[in-house]
Design a binder for this molecule. Sequence first.
Ligand SMILES: [Zn+2]
Length: 304
Amino acid sequence: MTGATPHSAEARWTPASLQAGGWRITALYDATFGLDGGAMWGVVPKNLWARLTPPAEDNTIRLAARPFLAEKDGVKVVIEGGMGDRWDDKFRKIYRLERPEATTLRATLAALDVGPEDIDHVVVSHCHFDHIGALVEQRGDQLEPLFPRARHHFPTAEVGAARVAMHPRRASYRADDIDPLVERGLVEMHDGDHRLFEDLEMVQVCGHSEGMVVIRFNAGGEGNSAAFWGDLIPTTHHIQPPYIMAYDMDVPRSFSMRTEWLARAADEGIVGMSYHDPERAFTRLERDGKRYVAVDVPEVAVGD
Ligand SMILES: [Zn+2]
């Protein structure tokens, strides 16, 4: 069934894929963690969101950090960089960081017979720690890139935001997630929209953060067209335009971006790739009157 996501101690990561034009996209897995439900739902009343994402006793809701692997003609691209392991016990407790099956970005790739040196590109939506933390590993007293060969494509504004001492979302960025990659010459920054391949592009959708992009596969092509939403649509429950996280910096901008992209996703049948949803990796949107509903997309078991 689902793209892969332990959200309870019993659950197991089962790799599942989707074909989008020439791209084979496989849901990986890095971690499960918890964030305050109120912060994840902004002005949405708790009696509404608690039905969609039931909170624990400390009011946190379960979230996944789910990167994806995209492959085409021998090119391997990792989408989004997980939470990683560079967290102390205090943080692990606060964020309820869990890996029920000891899965990590590295381990789930290894389960697909993909080694770190096989990755050609890393594309990320934005540079918050829960989206790029696994791209740098602690080895002894050194910080080393997980993917030593990969070109890491970061929005310029995100790298900038991570380096501003007085940034209002200071707590969401760590320079250590970025600097070791920059020092080794692995980072390529891009401003605004950016096309990496003919059928893989980043489209800027700021609002949540200064430089966030949606990552599009096979837009307008034959077969499935897919989009990695990043935090534009953080879970498959955040699918009405006003369901905006309290973390978002520019709420009017988020609202207009979400209004535009939710409509486009429903009208064009775009397959959404979900990063934080602990249960569903791939869904499509349909209209139900004025509202949207997320429907499952048939996935292909890896190896088929
Ligand atoms: Zn996030």
